[in-house]
Design a protein around this ligand. Sequence first.
Ligand code: MRU
Length: 346
Amino acid sequence: MQIHTITWTNNRVKIIDQRLLPLKLRYEYIDTVRQMWRAIRELRIRGAPAIGIASAFGVYLGVRHWHGKDPEKFYQRVCAVADYLATARPTAVNLFWALEKVKNLIRSSLTQSVPELKKMLLSLALALLEDDRRRCQAIGSYGAKLLPQRCSVLTHCNAGALATAGIGTALAVIYTAQKQGKKIKVFADETRPLLQGARLTAWELMQSHVDVTLICDNMAGTLMAQGNIHAVLVGADRICVSGDFANKVGTYALAVLAHHHRVKFYVAAPLSSFDPNLRSGKDIPIEFRPPDEVTTFANKRCAPPNLKVYNPAFDVTPARFVTAFITERGIITPPFTAKIKKLLKS
Ligand code: MRU
């Protein structure tokens, strides 16, 4: 089954409501920028590349009915809408990357009429979607070369088709390797508290007939100690020039475990997930989410009332734990800084 996380259909944005998976595969239509902001904030659409694309469509939705004729004022409106969307979630740099592209496009095209500028905005959003699809394919091809003919990999959260416009990033590597005839067994971390691993990764891998086994997050160490994991494969929300990177909370612990057990630790991400302005992982803004995500399980309260909760959605893994980054332009091995800088400049 081909998964279309986000599409442009009949002048509307169509997304899969990922809060409902795997129990319901329901599509939702988005017509306004406010709806898009909420969809991103509430993780109906999620995953770094997907929210970048969603935000570009969001800007178009926010200005398409603007009535003025002055391109300069239109640009100001575009900036206001983009700044609003930028408040939806703080960590995935793809969101800001896409919004910057949108602003730059309009700023550099002010000789055009407003209707023309609107068309250009929509074309850009569609181009980002297509571009991401291609990046995923390339990541899959480069990454698959790293996996032996027969192996077990561990993944965390969901870095698959549901998180992108294509076949994913970390999961693209698995899909491509499987297509090449390799025998890949996947262990999916459940990924507390929102269970992106249990709900999304397990579901999407099963749709593609990948051999997937669900584990609790705290099983990973034992599996590695037993020698049952050949590689850890994760995505990323923001990668610094040094190679420090943020991904779903729990990734850091996996990286430390992998290092201890001499298991390879790969991070698959497009260049749109790299932040050329940040050197150190300490500077990555981390999203904090509501306490009830931790105090409830399957919508039922599972902790005492009035309990203090610490709920960062992401953590930062230092570059020294990364075996390699898998990008659409190839594999980056340590030392990272000069190589990442060069890649981001070219
Ligand atoms: O909070 P989420 O579900 O948006 O977190 C997503 C992740 O952490 C993914 O691993 C990351 O965005 C990479 S998706 C290709």
